[in-house]
Ligand binder design. Structure first.
Ligand SMILES: NC(=O)c1ccc[n+]([C@@H]2O[C@H](COP(=O)([O-])OP(=O)(O)OC[C@H]3O[C@@H](n4cnc5c(N)ncnc54)[C@H](OP(=O)(O)O)[C@@H]3O)[C@@H](O)[C@H]2O)c1
Length: 329
């Protein structure tokens, strides 16, 4: 993040960037003023009464969000595909925590989960969709054309790229869609203050090399949910757009980049506890729309792209060291 504007930048470049910062800062102040006028949700649903479903809770951010809700006494249901991790987390979260091994892209799994929540809790107040999968290679890499190469991709190579996009779409678009379609009516019917939080990504609004497939699928579910928010005004929709978070997200890469999988946990980036705290706080404060973390520089980069795309492209290439090096980080 530091060095985003360097001293070597030309005068028009710096002045445009500074103008964008000033405009964004103004918008941020207005947004905060609007948000602080929303009543705190804890006034209508006591934290101990809240019924919270967290999808994607077996590791990373979802796991931390579950622990925060459990610590304040909420009824928590944790969901992911790996049963062992869920069972361990449930024992740490205490007696009010239940768990279900399920794939959120599978309609049968989600309907089974809904029936269980109806039977055990009589409904639901908060749905956190934290689940997602990563993809870390340049697009042409997927079709066997490395950066710097210009040979044509064959049919099988192109199909391989399509298969990767299908897997990313399954994890980042179909899963959120199935969860939304399954739970929106029940949330609306059974909660006095229904809430849906989707964990998206800064990558959904600011383009980056080597993250094209990930970004495209996260952007797709973000827009899907932004539109759902308009169709279902009784539900507060919150979208969390973090930059890189510490943890092992790269291990979920659907493009099977072995170097990334074996790189181990990412120690750079936002702390999981901090992002989890922002998720819970945003739902408590009934924040609608996008919450970009950190706001600077990414919310600005998002707006700046409209007026100066080449600036953002150049910065993104630099951040990801793309261009000089021939392989993804
Ligand atoms: N890490 C980052 O740098 C970063 C940055 C911005 C945004 N995000 C977003 O933050 C969210 C959480 O990422 P994280 O860093 O916490 O990664 P993570 O540790 O890999 O957690 C992902 C969670 O999603 C679950 N999941 C994946 N596919 C699923 C499926 N089909 N059905 C049910 N659960 C599924 C995984 O559990 P199972 O494998 O057990 O199913 C796991 O619990 C993701 O949506 C990601 O896009 C991450």
């Amino acid at each position: 993040m530091s060095g985003w504007l360097s001293t070597s930048d030309s005068f028009p470049l710096r002045s445009t960037a500074l103008l964008a910062i000033a405009v964004s800062a103004g918008l941020y102040v207005v947004r905060r003023a609007i948000q602080t006028r929303a009543p705190n949700r804890c006034g209508s649903i006591q934290p101990r009464e809240e019924r919270v479903l967290i999808i994607g809770a077996s590791s990373g951010l979802g796991r931390k969000v579950a622990k925060q809700y459990a610590a304040r006494g909420a009824r928590v249901c944790i969901v992911a595909r790996r049963a062992e991790q869920l069972s361990l987390l449930a024992s740490e979260c205490g007696q009010r925590c239940i768990w279900e091994a399920a794939d959120f892209g599978n309609a049968q799994d989600m309907v089974r989960l809904r029936e269980r929540l109806l039977a055990e809790w009589d409904g639901l107040d908060s749905l956190h969709i934290c689940a997602g999968v990563s993809a870390v290679q340049p697009v042409m890499n997927l079709a066997g054309v490395k950066p710097g190469e210009n040979h044509d991709a064959g049919t099988a190579d192109i199909q391989r790229a399509v298969d990767v996009v299908t897997a990313a779409t399954q994890g980042n678009v179909y899963g959120p869609l199935v969860a939304a379609v399954t739970f929106i009516p029940m949330l609306t019917r059974t909660s006095i203050s229904p809430s849906i939080l989707l964990v998206s990504s800064v990558a959904a609004v600011v383009p980056a090399p080597t993250r094209a497939i990930y970004a495209a699928t996260k952007a797709s579910s973000l827009l899907l949910f932004q539109s759902l928010a308009i169709e279902h005004p009784a539900i507060t929709f919150t979208f969390i757009l973090p930059a890189t978070i510490q943890g092992n997200f790269r291990a979920s890469a659907v493009d099977a980049d072995t170097a990334s999988r074996e790189a181990g946990p990412n120690r750079e980036g936002l702390k999981l506890d901090y992002v989890a705290d922002r998720c819970v706080d945003a739902v408590d404060r009934q924040v609608r729309g996008n919450v970009v973390i950190p706001w600077f520089p990414y919310a600005i980069a998002h707006h700046l792209y409209y007026i100066w795309p080449s600036f953002i492209e150049q910065r993104a290439r630099k951040k990801y060291e793309f261009g000089n090096r021939s392989i993804s980080k």
